[in-house]
Design a protein around this ligand. Structure first.
Ligand SMILES: [Zn+2]
Ligand SMILES: [Zn+2]
Length: 298
């Protein structure tokens, strides 16, 4: 499987000479196995991916599955300018967490309506189907299988575990995610946990550990440092320390930090990576950091 990062910035895109090395575009990941292609999230980075696809495939048709973690702007803002949506020989299947309050088709219609986008969703040339997903679902995508697990974040947010049917290897993407202890962020979870809070937290964490167990590359939102998360746990993000704890509990050898804070410049990111790498080594974890346009073979 080839994993390429087209955007790893959290919250909003940054255009600044001090942010060039890690990249300023928001979340977009691309996974390829033989002829099967998967996109996770359509942040501003998806516009770069659109150019790559256009340059390498046009006028041949492309067929891609798109998985959206959740509907926050930094994960969807690139869709209106994703070039492959504008050609009729392309096919897309879009998946996102859904229920009555959150629906991928409704979200796309809202995002690409005539007053905010050049072409409304229903008039895009490409063939686009939409499907709502729940936690613990499994999708078959030719050479890849994609499984879901709902994450603790203010929204309905899904983590995705992508497994190759050819090699059995997997990549798991958890974005965005916060620790759950006394910190119920997902819609409806506070009510769901009422009266059995400790058990609810334990079940959630055990499920999360099971979901990531022995994945070959764990990619996780580590938006904050240990210092900066103080007073902001309800924002819905994690730290490198939290990611290393989960990697350890889930027996994951390879961990990648992502969803970089838009207030951390390249020098800050260098420092965070250097310091985290030292700690990861002591724990027996190979630590990577997401960098825009960088690929990893898994
Ligand atoms: Zn985000
Ligand atoms: Zn979010």
């Amino acid at each position: 499987m080839l994993f390429t990062c087209y955007g790893c910035r959290g919250s909003y895109p940054v255009i600044d000479t001090n942010f060039m090395r890690y990249g300023g575009n928001t979340t977009c990941y691309f996974i390829e196995e033989k002829d099967t292609k998967i996109i996770i999230d359509g942040g501003s980075g998806i516009t770069l991916l659109g150019k790559f696809l256009f340059e390498n495939y046009f006028p041949n048709p492309i067929d891609i599955n798109i998985f959206i973690s959740h509907g926050h702007w930094d994960h969807i803002m690139g869709f209106p300018l994703f070039e492959p949506f504008y050609y009729d020989n392309n096919t897309f299947r879009m998946y996102a967490p859904g229920n009555d309050e959150s629906d991928v088709a409704k979200m796309m219609v809202k995002l690409l309506e005539v007053s905010t986008a050049p072409v409304p969703f229903e008039n895009l040339e490409a063939k686009i189907s939409t499907k709502n997903l729940k936690s613990n679902a499994k999708c078959d995508c030719k050479d890849l299988t994609v499984e879901t697990y709902q994450l603790n974040h203010p929204s309905i947010d899904l983590g995705y575990r992508v497994t190759s049917k050819i090699t059995g290897k997997s990549i798991t993407v958890l974005t965005d995610i916060a620790p759950i202890e006394d910190n119920y962020l997902s819609w409806g979870w506070k009510e769901l946990a009422l009266g059995r809070e400790k058990q609810f937290e334990q079940e959630y964490y055990e499920g999360l550990v099971k979901f990531v167990t022995k994945t070959d590359l764990l990619i996780m939102d580590t938006h904050f440092t240990d210092e900066d998360i103080k007073g902001k746990r309800h924002w819905g993000h994690s730290t490198p320390t939290m990611a290393m704890t989960l990697a350890k509990d889930g027996m994951c050898d390879n961990l990648m930090l992502t969803h970089h804070n838009p207030e951390y410049c390249d020098d800050d990111m260098d420092e965070i990576f250097k310091e985290s790498k030292k700690r990861a080594k002591n724990l027996g974890i190979n630590l990577f950091i997401a960098v825009e346009r960088e690929s990893h073979e898994v």
